[in-house]
Design a binder for this molecule. Structure first.
Ligand SMILES: Nc1ncnc2c1ncn2[C@@H]1O[C@H](COP(=O)(O)OP(=O)(O)O)[C@@H](O)[C@H]1O
Ligand SMILES: [Mg+2]
Length: 367
């Protein structure tokens, strides 16, 4: 899909902005603090109704204003669509082609966006919980149903943990609760594992294309026991039986998808402790580029790629490799502080948009 144009009103540091995009590479440039990231964020919010950064919703509305509005026209494989979101302090209004939508789920499956932004470095470097959050967000974007299963799982996990803290203990009740819990856990395991398997079908050559390094792989790690496809209700019920005393003693659920992790490996080395910053960033980047292939495969549409400050840790060659990879098959909107770091050939084919203090001060269309 292609985002043809965008209008934003009272969003972050933008009073009012109207802009059309090139179907391939668009480069937003300007100094720090001018609104480049905010512009990408507005596209993300238009698609998913919330920000990719963990922020208070209020912060999205321009200071001293009562509402923010973002509108965009999409060209999909089939029809054009006009999407609109109005945020105010109490609620959100969502519209497609002027029709008001009541359910967020009807809205968010329309504009698919993949965003790469500086904090993504934490995915490789940070704690397992950062990576669990990452995998949850990414699969939810691809399959709405994942989000529902995750919500159910979290509810059951909470109930189970609360029960383990009670002074009384009914074996029957606990085993029924555990059964429901395992059923949801199994669904999460299967979806997560299938997702990582699919990512691995694409991610190695992509990483190689950018970094010229082989053998990049992602692993899904289950705590204690190695995950196998043979996991089933029966096996897991028996396993939970073996850890029951320990769980009662520690008063919490000791095994399940809420304790798992994602490992990024280059050759036989865990990138969390071995890789350089640039290698770690590129690992996440390659992962997200692999997701584009999954969107194409499962949704039949190419998502829009938003790259915020992606060049900062890559040297000239690797920037070229990256641009080269994306430039002819996807719409990309890229921010940078430094246009001179991009080669002439790419600049000629891209739409260039200069931002200063929440305004467009220069636009150069592709001839
Ligand atoms: N709700 C808001 N109202 C007004 N200005 C905001 C709001 N939120 C952020 N800003 C301003 O946006 C600017 C940062 O924009 P950003 O897109 O991060 O810049 P960059 O071009 O470096 O990516 C800062 O000056 C910040 O004060
Ligand atoms: Mg920025």
């Amino acid at each position: 899909m292609i985002l043809k144009d965008l209008k934003i009103v009272n969003f972050r540091n933008y009073r009012s902005l109207s802009l059309s995009f090139h179907p391939r590479v668009n480069i937003i440039y300007g100094e720090n603090g001018q609104g480049k990231s905010n512009l990408l964020e507005s596209i993300y919010v238009l698609g998913y109704t919330k920000s990719h950064r963990s922020v208070m919703e209020m912060a999205l509305i321009k200071d001293e204003e009562a509402f923010a509005k973002i509108t965009g026209t999409l060209q999909t494989n089939t029809v054009p669509k006009k999407m609109e979101i109005i945020l105010n302090k109490e609620h959100k209004k969502l519209k497609i082609d002027e029709h008001l939508l009541k359910k967020i789920s009807d809205y968010i499956s329309n504009l698919d966006v993949i965003i790469f932004y500086p904090e993504d470095l934490d995915i490789v470097k940070g704690s397992p919980s950062t990576r669990r959050k990452f995998i949850n967000t990414e699969i939810s974007g691809l399959q709405n149903v994942y989000y529902n299963v995750l919500t159910d799982y979290n509810k059951l996990l909470k109930m189970r943990n609360e029960y383990l803290k009670q002074p009384y203990f009914d074996e029957n009740y606990f085993s029924i609760l555990t059964k429901y819990f395992i059923e949801k856990a199994l669904l999460l395991y299967k979806m997560r594992n299938r997702f990582i398997e699919r990512i691995n079908e694409y991610v190695e050559p992509i990483y190689y294309h950018i970094m010229h390094m082989h053998d990049f792989r992602v692993f899904y790690k289950t705590e204690d026991v190695d995950f196998t496809d043979t996991y089933d209700l029966d096996i897991l019920q028996k396993y939970y039986e073996t850890i029951k005393q320990k769980e009662r003693l520690q008063k919490k659920t000791l095994f399940g998808p809420h304790r798992d992790d994602l490992l990024f490996f280059l050759g036989n080395k865990d990138m969390n402790s071995y890789a350089s910053q640039g290698q770690q960033r590129s690992a996440v980047l390659a992962f997200k580029l692999a997701e584009i292939e999954l969107y194409k495969r499962y949704k039949g549409e190419t998502p829009i790629l938003l790259l915020d400050d992606v060049f900062s840790e890559l040297d000239y060659m690797k920037r070229e490799n990256l641009i080269d990879y994306i430039s002819d098959h996807i719409q990309a909107i890229i921010t940078t502080t430094d246009l001179t770091s991009i080669k002439e050939e790419v600049l000629k084919k891209a739409k260039l948009i200069q931002i200063e203090n929440g305004k467009i001060i220069k636009q150069e269309e592709v001839i």
